[in-house]
Design a binder for this molecule. Structure first.
Ligand SMILES: Cc1cc2nc3c(=O)[nH]c(=O)nc-3n(C[C@H](O)[C@H](O)[C@H](O)COP(=O)(O)O)c2cc1C
Length: 209
């Protein structure tokens, strides 16, 4: 009996440690994809996906294009108002939720479980996308949270979302920019402070013809 309890304790401790561990992504492949002009020509909203998942390299390329670090001083592929860098990017999949960290090009696991239903908000196709990227603004970076600050955060989230859309078109993935989601429930799930607002999300997969 004691042995069984000890084994269980080790299993729980191991899974908690694994949960807390950051996952380094492979370096983005700077040669991947079409030209920018071809990507722009192909960009469109796609809401039907196959079961194929993105490889680690594909996810790395996508997250870097979305808002990865592209300069030594920590600035990113997506500009933000006064460089506040208030947009946080989360990856929802069937196993859980992770946060992307541009500075280290890594993912930090946040929650275990399939919470894509919180993003679907009535649009069931969202639950069939292998991943869904969610842009959440941390308004505390603005200091004074007025209507103008909220507008700027929306612009910044929109820019990340458009980076994702264009990257998907160029890299052969399918996506649609979305505002629909259970925004308050998502902030609660991720244990984020009241200063956070979930603004946009992009389900990403491969187009089902
Ligand atoms: C701010 C914004 C919010 C959107 N929200 C949703 C959404 O919640 N669900 C959805 O299916 N499409 C959503 N869309 C996608 C639009 O419906 C789509 O972009 C539009 O119909 C034009 O089609 P296209 O993207 O193929 O050019 C959204 C687009 C934008 C820019």
């Amino acid at each position: 009996m004691l042995k069984r309890i000890l084994v269980m304790a080790v299993v729980v401790a191991t899974s908690l440690t694994m949960m807390a561990e950051d996952k380094m992504l492979p370096a983005p492949d700077m040669t991947a994809g079409t030209t920018v002009m071809e990507a722009m020509a192909n960009r469109r909203s796609i809401r039907k996906y196959t079961e194929r998942k993105l490889t680690e390299q594909e996810l790395s390329n996508l997250l870097w294009a979305a808002m990865g670090k592209n300069r030594e001083d920590g600035r990113r592929t997506a500009p933000t108002c006064r460089n506040f860098q208030e947009i946080r990017l989360f990856v929802f999949d069937a196993e859980g939720v992770s946060e992307y960290h541009p500075a280290t090009h890594s993912l930090t696991p946040c929650v275990v479980g399939d919470y894509r239903y919180l993003l679907a908000a009535g649009q069931d196709f969202v639950k069939t996308a292998p991943i869904c990227l969610v842009m959440i603004a941390d308004m505390s970076k603005f200091g004074n949270v007025d209507e103008r600050a909220k507008m700027m955060a929306s612009v910044d989230a929109g820019i990340v979302s458009q980076n994702i859309s264009v990257a998907c078109a160029g890299l052969g993935f399918a996506t649609v920019p979305r505002a629909m989601m259970q925004a308050a429930d998502i902030v609660k799930l991720l244990n984020l402070s009241d200063s956070h607002i979930a603004i946009m999300n992009n389900p990403v997969g491969f187009e089902a013809k």
